[in-house]
Structures are given as C-alpha cells and as structure tokens.
Design a protein around this ligand. Sequence first.
Ligand code: E4P
Length: 219
Amino acid sequence: MDIYVDTANIGHIRHCAELGFISGVTTNPSLLAKEDPSVDVKQRILEIYDLIGGHLSVEVNALDTKGMLKEADEILSWFPDATIKLPMLPAGLAACNALSKQEIPTNVTLVFSPTQAIAANNAGATYVSVFMGRLDDIAIPSSAVLEDICDIWDIQGYESQIIAASVRHPIHMIEAAKAGAHIATVPYNVIIQSLKHPLTDAGVAAFTADYEKMKAARS
Ligand code: E4P
C-alpha cells in the first residue's frame, strides 16, 4: 500500500519528501484554507509539486460539469501531470468521464459506499477515495465499507486505485492495508505517530548508552 500525505502544509510536505516513503500528496479546499485562507492556490500547489515530485491531487470547486472541466484545464496548465480531484456528484462523474476519455488522471472524492465507488470506477476514475474517519463519525464502521469495496474490486477485476482517505489514526492505516486499499492518504501527524514505538525508543537509548560506554572505556 502506497502512502500519500493529506495536507497543504509546506513544512510537513518537505519533511515527508525527506522521509523517503511518501509517494504523493492529496489536498482539498479545507486543507488549503486551514494553512492560510488568503493563500494563492496556484502558487501553493506549484510549491507542493516541486517538493513531492510524485502524485498530486488537486480538487476542483465548481459544482457543475462545465465549471469542473474549466477548472481542470486551469490546473493542468499549472502542471500537466496533475490528478484532478472531483466530488462524488452526478456532475463530478460526468466530468470524470470526459477527463478519462482524454487520459487525464482523476480522483473521485467523498466516496462513502460501494455503489458510489462502483459508479466512480465505471465513470473512468483513476483513483476512488473512500473516506474512513467521516464514516466512523456517524457510527458506520469504515473498515467494513472499505473491505466490501476492496472485495468488489477483486471480484470485478477493476483497475482503478482505491485510496483510503479521511484517515484519523494508525489503526485506519492498518485496516486500509488489510482490506487491500492501494493507497492511504494520511495526515502528517498520523504518519509521524505511525512510525513511533516505545520499544524502538528504548532500544535506541540502550544502544546509544552502550556505544558511549565503549567509547569512554577506549579513551
Ligand atoms: C482526501 O483526499 C481528503 O482530503 C481527506 O482525506 C479528508 O479527510 P477529513 O475527513 O479528515 O477531512
């Protein structure tokens, strides 16, 4: 399972690029606004693109197909390998289908059910983003929904990539990997949290102390 970072924070993306195991970035209007509501979106997106050098999903804001396609054109004029993120609405599916016919990568976002996921795949989506945390928030077990979607992908032989999104904690990452999601897009703090283990810290501390002991004994 590939790991993307779900953020628009430049410092966090810079650190993720250094870590060496993060292969993409997903953004959305809320993540951009959280960093700075007055942000120049084009400039911020290009800064992110320069840093990550991998997958970058950029979301449209229009709610009609024509408007979505116009925004997609604008994003693609910023950098041609953009993945266009479209909402799971009838208008978004129509835009997805039009872009897929031009072989432009698309990410259908705000998917919460197997039937929505099937529609996104059939509209030609490259990526289908299934939101975990927001399902759990309304007491629908997200792991069961994601497992159903991944099972359907296996049975049907679908080729679009399932992104586990709205990830809130490392257990979501494990559940996504076990279900068979191709990618998890994860907030920076959860990525960092997922790397920690008290036994790793204790082990490093003990090895360092013993190394220092040997160094002192030799001097
Ligand atoms: C996915 O691409 C979205 O940007 C994101 O995962 C939304 O997560 P949230 O539910 O924590 O806002």
